[in-house]
Design a protein around this ligand. Structure first.
Ligand SMILES: Nc1ncnc2c1ncn2[C@@H]1O[C@H](COP(=O)(O)OP(=O)(O)OP(=O)(O)O)[C@@H](O)[C@H]1O
Length: 241
């Protein structure tokens, strides 16, 4: 089953076509890695899927309501001088469906406690965001999407500048979300993380998209089935044929 499909999609930025003839089905509960060189159009596609950019041709079929779509950009969407605690940030995940002004009730606080426990940040509940490490902040931001009960989650380089333990925690949480049916699309550059996390891969290159699998990607990259070291995708490949 799929709640998200691309049909002959063409997207432009500033009047210039960035991607065209993009086709594909994002299976429910699958984690798709989105890869491509700088400027290949990864953010452009994410913006379109989030409904922030209108296609110039083709269409995106997505029957997941806006309030269940979450985006974790790489640039921190937060003013760290704003006096907000981890718990308060996580509670804002209720805003898209519950509204920002209604206040919270008991079940919201219980859910937030569960979310923080899953992410290993319970002891940070009352810590101001400005006092968190990069990894702690990333866990809190992911906690907000759990609170939102996102059915579609897009993440841009969630493992950039985070510690090893946070990588493990985020990987497990994303796997659990996928197992519960969430459609996950994640921009990745690290081949080892891609191999551990992704079920399929959408490669953007030269204005086109090509579907692949982690195994195929690794084989093409190395000429053998599994990576021996921790390679970073150089994006000299693959050709989109
Ligand atoms: N607001 C904009 N106006 C004009 N051109 C834009 C705009 N945003 C992006 N572009 C151009 O669109 C193309 C795709 O950009 P996009 O940000 O989608 O790439 P990306 O794959 O996400 O790159 P990166 O890995 O560097 O984040 C690039 O050539 C970029 O210069």
């Amino acid at each position: 089953m799929s709640h998200l499909q691309l049909h002959d999609l063409q997207l432009a930025q500033g009047g210039r076509t960035v991607l065209e003839h993009l086709e594909g089905t994002f299976e429910d509960g699958a984690i798709t890695a989105l890869i491509g060189a700088n400027g290949a159009g990864k953010s452009t596609l994410i913006q379109a899927i989030m409904g922030m950019l209108t296609p110039i041709a083709g269409r995106i079929d997505c029957d997941i309501p806006r309030e269940r779509r979450a985006w974790l950009p790489q640039e921190l969407p937060l003013d760290l001088t704003f006096p907000m605690s981890v718990e308060e940030l996580i509670m804002t995940g209720t805003w898209p469906s519950h509204g920002a002004l209604k206040g919270y009730c008991g079940p919201h606080y219980r859910q937030a406690r569960d979310v923080m426990s899953r992410l290993g940040i319970s002891s940070l509940a009352h810590r101001p965001l400005g006092e968190l490490s990069g990894g702690q902040r990333q866990r809190a931001l992911l906690g907000r999407t759990l609170m939102q009960e996102a059915e579609l989650l897009l993440l841009d380089e969630p493992f950039a500048n985070v510690d090893r333990e946070t990588v493990e925690v985020i990987t497990q949480v994303l796997r659990d979300m996928a197992a519960n049916g969430t459609t996950i699309i994640v921009v990745l550059h690290d081949l080892e993380q891609l191999a551990r996390l992704a079920d399929c891969v959408l490669v953007l290159a030269d204005g086109h998209g090509r579907w692949s699998t982690p195994a195929e990607l690794i084989e093409r990259q190395h000429g053998h089935p599994m990576p021996q070291t921790k390679p970073i995708l150089p994006f000299a490949f693959p050709d989109p044929s």
